[in-house]
Design a protein around this ligand. Structure first.
Ligand code: TIU
Length: 226
């Protein structure tokens, strides 16, 4: 078992039963002309999450631990996109419209791909999801059961939308969830801060959070403790 100094208290995980879940590190949320920007957001905030997420990916890969990536995407015919989602608000471009990176949030479009710094490597699982939560209308539950996983380490964007929704879904399904603080971002710094607070409030009502360096050190120090 590995113990991580986390909030609201130590997070203990069995490395043989733990996966990294990287949520929606897609060009559509991070780069100009994508979904995030068409909604009117300042996408520059996303930059902060890229290097920490890449470091976390490197750590899991070096240890041979499973990595799962998600992408928020829709079918080309929008059959999995509720009209309420597409029609809400007045974005510059709606889901399915063509922007500078192809059709917004459509599976296979350049903008729907994961940014190169966090791109999946051979053997890693990629889950396309039509909702904010990664368990809704996907086979993520079956994938995790197949891996024999009980603990999930989270990274990705955005903190209060797809990351938090997926952490809540995972929590309800019995998974222990740890969010790495620098490896997630919101378009709204105050929403990120509030989300970290609400995840770990009430004795970890949703899960735990910890800084990346603390997680890295906890993993590194294990051989000496064994
Ligand atoms: N808009 C926003 O903050 N996020 C999303 O729409 N999706 C994800 O968080 N991936």
């Amino acid at each position: 078992m590995i113990n991580v100094d986390a909030a609201p208290f130590a997070f203990t995980f069995d490395p043989a039963a733990t996966a990294l879940v990287v949520i929606d590190m897609q060009r559509d949320f991070i780069e100009p002309g994508g979904f995030g920007e068409t909604l009117g957001n300042d996408i520059s905030h996303m930059q902060r999450a890229i290097a920490p997420t890449a470091r976390l990916l490197a750590l899991f890969r070096a240890n041979g631990w499973p990595v799962i990536h998600t992408r928020e995407t829709h079918a080309a015919d929008l059959s999995d996109c509720p009209p309420a989602k597409r029609e809400r608000g007045s974005p510059a471009l709606r889901i399915g419209d063509t922007g500078p990176m192809g059709r917004i949030l459509i599976r296979g479009a350049p903008g729907a791909e994961i940014i190169s710094a966090c791109a999946p490597v051979t053997g890693e699982i990629v889950i396309d999801k039509p909702g904010k939560g990664a368990f809704y209308a996907t086979d993520l539950s079956a994938v995790l059961q197949g891996l024999g996983v009980r603990s999930l380490v989270f990274a990705g964007v955005t903190t209060e939308v797809c990351v938090q929704t997926t952490m809540r879904e995972a929590n309800d399904r019995g998974y222990e969830c740890l969010l790495i603080e620098e490896a997630t971002e919101s378009y709204f710094p105050e929403f990120k801060a509030a989300t970290l607070d609400m995840i770990r409030a009430q004795g970890g009502i949703v899960g735990w959070t910890t800084p990346l360096a603390t997680f890295e050190q906890s993993v590194k120090r294990q051989p000496e403790q064994a």
